[in-house]
Design a protein around this ligand. Structure first.
Ligand SMILES: [Zn+2]
Length: 256
Protein backbone atom coordinates (compact mmCIF):
# COMPACT_ATOMS: atom_id res chain seq x y z
CA UNK A 1 0.00 0.00 0.00
CA UNK A 2 1.72 3.21 -1.08
CA UNK A 3 1.85 5.89 1.52
CA UNK A 4 -0.16 8.90 0.42
CA UNK A 5 2.12 11.85 -0.22
CA UNK A 6 1.64 14.86 2.06
CA UNK A 7 -0.25 17.77 0.51
CA UNK A 8 1.91 19.56 -2.02
CA UNK A 9 4.16 22.15 -0.49
CA UNK A 10 7.78 23.10 -1.00
CA UNK A 11 10.09 21.87 1.71
CA UNK A 12 9.36 24.20 4.57
CA UNK A 13 12.14 26.01 6.40
CA UNK A 14 12.47 25.15 10.07
CA UNK A 15 9.37 26.53 11.77
CA UNK A 16 9.84 29.59 13.93
CA UNK A 17 9.52 29.02 17.70
CA UNK A 18 5.89 29.14 18.64
CA UNK A 19 6.17 32.04 21.05
CA UNK A 20 7.60 34.43 18.47
CA UNK A 21 5.40 36.49 16.20
CA UNK A 22 5.07 34.61 12.96
CA UNK A 23 7.23 35.94 10.17
CA UNK A 24 6.42 33.12 7.77
CA UNK A 25 3.73 33.63 5.18
CA UNK A 26 0.57 31.67 4.73
CA UNK A 27 2.07 29.46 2.03
CA UNK A 28 4.56 27.99 4.44
CA UNK A 29 2.56 27.86 7.63
CA UNK A 30 0.02 25.16 6.66
CA UNK A 31 2.73 22.61 5.93
CA UNK A 32 3.14 21.57 9.53
CA UNK A 33 -0.59 21.60 10.06
CA UNK A 34 -1.01 19.37 7.06
CA UNK A 35 1.50 16.91 8.49
CA UNK A 36 -0.27 17.07 11.80
CA UNK A 37 -3.54 16.28 10.06
CA UNK A 38 -1.94 13.52 8.03
CA UNK A 39 -0.74 11.90 11.24
CA UNK A 40 -4.17 12.22 12.76
CA UNK A 41 -5.70 10.60 9.70
CA UNK A 42 -3.34 7.67 10.03
CA UNK A 43 -4.30 7.31 13.67
CA UNK A 44 -7.89 7.24 12.52
CA UNK A 45 -8.76 10.58 14.07
CA UNK A 46 -11.19 12.72 12.15
CA UNK A 47 -9.19 15.75 11.08
CA UNK A 48 -11.80 18.40 11.39
CA UNK A 49 -11.04 21.74 12.91
CA UNK A 50 -13.68 22.11 15.55
CA UNK A 51 -13.52 25.86 15.49
CA UNK A 52 -16.93 26.35 17.02
CA UNK A 53 -15.97 24.34 20.08
CA UNK A 54 -12.66 26.13 20.40
CA UNK A 55 -14.26 29.55 20.17
CA UNK A 56 -16.87 28.53 22.71
CA UNK A 57 -14.16 27.50 25.14
CA UNK A 58 -12.53 30.92 24.81
CA UNK A 59 -15.86 32.65 25.28
CA UNK A 60 -16.58 30.64 28.38
CA UNK A 61 -13.23 31.55 29.83
CA UNK A 62 -11.95 28.00 29.58
CA UNK A 63 -9.41 29.12 27.01
CA UNK A 64 -6.84 29.45 29.74
CA UNK A 65 -5.80 25.82 29.40
CA UNK A 66 -6.12 25.81 25.66
CA UNK A 67 -2.86 25.75 23.75
CA UNK A 68 -3.55 26.46 20.09
CA UNK A 69 -1.82 24.15 17.68
CA UNK A 70 -2.74 25.85 14.43
CA UNK A 71 -2.08 29.30 13.08
CA UNK A 72 -5.79 29.97 13.11
CA UNK A 73 -5.96 28.83 16.69
CA UNK A 74 -3.15 31.16 17.68
CA UNK A 75 -4.94 34.08 16.04
CA UNK A 76 -8.07 33.23 17.99
CA UNK A 77 -6.04 32.93 21.18
CA UNK A 78 -4.30 36.25 20.69
CA UNK A 79 -7.62 37.98 20.08
CA UNK A 80 -6.89 38.94 16.48
CA UNK A 81 -9.84 36.84 15.42
CA UNK A 82 -12.89 37.24 17.58
CA UNK A 83 -15.81 36.10 15.50
CA UNK A 84 -16.70 33.05 13.47
CA UNK A 85 -17.15 35.09 10.29
CA UNK A 86 -13.67 36.54 10.69
CA UNK A 87 -12.31 33.06 11.18
CA UNK A 88 -13.99 31.82 8.03
CA UNK A 89 -12.89 34.72 5.87
CA UNK A 90 -9.25 34.86 6.98
CA UNK A 91 -8.26 32.13 4.53
CA UNK A 92 -6.86 29.79 7.17
CA UNK A 93 -9.78 27.43 7.23
CA UNK A 94 -8.80 24.05 5.90
CA UNK A 95 -10.97 21.48 4.25
CA UNK A 96 -10.67 17.80 4.75
CA UNK A 97 -11.92 15.73 1.85
CA UNK A 98 -12.35 12.01 1.61
CA UNK A 99 -12.83 10.42 -1.80
CA UNK A 100 -13.78 6.93 -2.88
CA UNK A 101 -13.11 5.70 -6.40
CA UNK A 102 -14.02 2.43 -8.06
CA UNK A 103 -14.85 0.85 -11.41
CA UNK A 104 -18.00 -0.82 -10.03
CA UNK A 105 -16.44 -4.13 -10.99
CA UNK A 106 -13.88 -5.36 -8.48
CA UNK A 107 -11.66 -2.33 -7.89
CA UNK A 108 -12.04 0.31 -5.18
CA UNK A 109 -9.82 2.92 -3.55
CA UNK A 110 -10.10 5.50 -0.79
CA UNK A 111 -8.09 8.64 -0.13
CA UNK A 112 -8.00 11.81 1.90
CA UNK A 113 -6.65 15.27 1.37
CA UNK A 114 -6.66 18.52 3.27
CA UNK A 115 -6.31 21.96 1.80
CA UNK A 116 -7.56 25.50 1.72
CA UNK A 117 -9.40 25.39 -1.59
CA UNK A 118 -12.19 22.95 -2.22
CA UNK A 119 -11.56 22.14 -5.90
CA UNK A 120 -7.85 21.28 -5.73
CA UNK A 121 -8.41 19.44 -2.45
CA UNK A 122 -11.09 17.23 -3.99
CA UNK A 123 -8.79 16.46 -6.94
CA UNK A 124 -5.97 15.63 -4.54
CA UNK A 125 -8.26 13.34 -2.53
CA UNK A 126 -9.32 11.53 -5.71
CA UNK A 127 -5.66 11.18 -6.76
CA UNK A 128 -4.86 9.71 -3.36
CA UNK A 129 -7.83 7.36 -3.64
CA UNK A 130 -6.56 6.14 -7.01
CA UNK A 131 -3.17 5.43 -5.45
CA UNK A 132 -4.95 3.28 -2.90
CA UNK A 133 -7.00 1.16 -5.28
CA UNK A 134 -7.28 -2.49 -4.34
CA UNK A 135 -8.66 -5.47 -6.19
CA UNK A 136 -11.36 -7.12 -4.14
CA UNK A 137 -12.85 -10.60 -4.06
CA UNK A 138 -16.50 -11.19 -4.70
CA UNK A 139 -18.66 -14.25 -4.89
CA UNK A 140 -22.14 -15.55 -5.38
CA UNK A 141 -22.54 -15.77 -1.65
CA UNK A 142 -24.32 -18.90 -0.67
CA UNK A 143 -26.50 -21.85 -1.48
CA UNK A 144 -29.42 -19.50 -0.94
CA UNK A 145 -28.57 -17.96 -4.30
CA UNK A 146 -26.62 -20.26 -6.54
CA UNK A 147 -26.59 -17.90 -9.52
CA UNK A 148 -22.84 -18.30 -9.82
CA UNK A 149 -21.95 -14.68 -10.57
CA UNK A 150 -19.77 -12.50 -8.32
CA UNK A 151 -22.41 -10.09 -7.03
CA UNK A 152 -21.85 -10.08 -3.28
CA UNK A 153 -19.09 -10.28 -0.68
CA UNK A 154 -17.47 -13.73 -0.79
CA UNK A 155 -17.96 -14.40 2.92
CA UNK A 156 -18.60 -12.45 6.12
CA UNK A 157 -16.13 -9.59 6.41
CA UNK A 158 -15.61 -7.14 9.25
CA UNK A 159 -13.85 -3.83 8.64
CA UNK A 160 -12.65 -1.39 11.25
CA UNK A 161 -11.47 2.21 11.42
CA UNK A 162 -11.22 4.09 14.66
CA UNK A 163 -14.28 3.09 16.63
CA UNK A 164 -16.33 2.33 13.54
CA UNK A 165 -16.93 -1.31 12.70
CA UNK A 166 -18.77 -2.59 9.67
CA UNK A 167 -19.82 -6.16 9.02
CA UNK A 168 -20.99 -7.33 5.62
CA UNK A 169 -22.61 -10.67 4.90
CA UNK A 170 -23.17 -12.33 1.53
CA UNK A 171 -26.70 -11.85 0.24
CA UNK A 172 -28.60 -13.59 -2.56
CA UNK A 173 -28.99 -11.81 -5.83
CA UNK A 174 -31.67 -9.12 -5.83
CA UNK A 175 -31.35 -8.17 -2.18
CA UNK A 176 -29.44 -5.02 -3.07
CA UNK A 177 -27.22 -3.22 -0.59
CA UNK A 178 -28.98 -3.50 2.73
CA UNK A 179 -26.28 -1.36 4.34
CA UNK A 180 -25.85 2.23 5.51
CA UNK A 181 -25.58 5.13 3.09
CA UNK A 182 -21.82 5.51 3.36
CA UNK A 183 -21.16 1.80 3.06
CA UNK A 184 -23.48 1.75 0.07
CA UNK A 185 -21.24 4.19 -1.80
CA UNK A 186 -18.09 2.20 -1.07
CA UNK A 187 -19.61 -1.18 -1.90
CA UNK A 188 -21.34 -0.07 -5.08
CA UNK A 189 -18.14 1.57 -6.37
CA UNK A 190 -16.38 -1.70 -5.58
CA UNK A 191 -18.92 -3.65 -7.61
CA UNK A 192 -20.67 -5.38 -4.73
CA UNK A 193 -24.35 -5.37 -5.65
CA UNK A 194 -25.92 -7.35 -2.85
CA UNK A 195 -24.99 -7.45 0.83
CA UNK A 196 -26.38 -7.32 4.31
CA UNK A 197 -24.59 -4.88 6.55
CA UNK A 198 -24.33 -4.16 10.24
CA UNK A 199 -22.57 -1.21 11.82
CA UNK A 200 -21.17 -0.78 15.29
CA UNK A 201 -19.44 2.10 17.02
CA UNK A 202 -19.24 5.64 15.77
CA UNK A 203 -20.39 5.20 12.21
CA UNK A 204 -21.76 8.71 12.03
CA UNK A 205 -18.17 9.83 11.80
CA UNK A 206 -18.30 9.53 8.05
CA UNK A 207 -14.55 9.42 7.54
CA UNK A 208 -14.24 6.36 9.71
CA UNK A 209 -17.41 4.82 8.34
CA UNK A 210 -16.11 4.92 4.78
CA UNK A 211 -12.69 3.76 5.94
CA UNK A 212 -14.27 0.84 7.82
CA UNK A 213 -16.27 -0.16 4.75
CA UNK A 214 -13.09 -0.01 2.67
CA UNK A 215 -11.26 -2.07 5.28
CA UNK A 216 -13.99 -4.70 4.96
CA UNK A 217 -13.42 -4.75 1.19
CA UNK A 218 -9.72 -5.27 1.87
CA UNK A 219 -10.56 -8.23 4.13
CA UNK A 220 -12.14 -9.98 1.16
CA UNK A 221 -8.61 -10.47 -0.18
CA UNK A 222 -6.58 -10.75 3.02
CA UNK A 223 -8.79 -13.43 4.56
CA UNK A 224 -7.52 -16.92 3.82
CA UNK A 225 -9.99 -19.27 2.21
CA UNK A 226 -9.81 -22.88 1.13
CA UNK A 227 -10.13 -23.83 -2.51
CA UNK A 228 -13.23 -25.81 -1.63
CA UNK A 229 -14.79 -22.72 -0.11
CA UNK A 230 -13.73 -20.64 -3.10
CA UNK A 231 -15.35 -22.92 -5.64
CA UNK A 232 -18.49 -23.57 -3.59
CA UNK A 233 -19.56 -19.92 -3.60
CA UNK A 234 -17.81 -19.06 -6.88
CA UNK A 235 -15.34 -16.61 -5.41
CA UNK A 236 -13.43 -14.53 -7.92
CA UNK A 237 -10.93 -11.71 -7.68
CA UNK A 238 -11.23 -8.48 -9.65
CA UNK A 239 -13.52 -7.88 -12.63
CA UNK A 240 -16.45 -10.20 -13.17
CA UNK A 241 -15.92 -10.24 -16.93
CA UNK A 242 -12.49 -11.37 -18.06
CA UNK A 243 -10.95 -8.39 -19.83
CA UNK A 244 -9.65 -9.73 -23.11
CA UNK A 245 -7.93 -6.77 -24.71
CA UNK A 246 -9.02 -3.25 -23.91
CA UNK A 247 -7.78 -1.82 -20.61
CA UNK A 248 -10.29 -1.44 -17.84
CA UNK A 249 -12.49 1.63 -17.94
CA UNK A 250 -11.14 4.55 -15.94
CA UNK A 251 -12.47 4.43 -12.38
CA UNK A 252 -15.64 6.35 -11.77
CA UNK A 253 -15.02 8.90 -9.07
CA UNK A 254 -17.20 9.90 -6.19
CA UNK A 255 -16.34 12.35 -3.47
CA UNK A 256 -17.92 11.88 -0.11
ZN1 LIG B 1 -25.58 -15.49 -6.60
Amino acid sequence: MPKTPPPAAPTAPAPAPADEPEPEDAAVAPTDEAKELEELVQKGVKPRLDLAAELKKVEEGRGAEWTPKTRLGRLVRSGEITSMSQALSCGLRRFSIQAVVGNRDGFVGIGMATGKEVGPTIRKAIDNAKLNVIEIRRGCGSWECGCGTPHTVPFLVIGQAGSAEMTFKPAPRGVGLAVGDIAKKVLSLAGVKDAWGFARGQTRTTVNAAQAAFDAMRRTVTTRISEKQASRVKITTGPSMPVASAPAAPPAGGAA
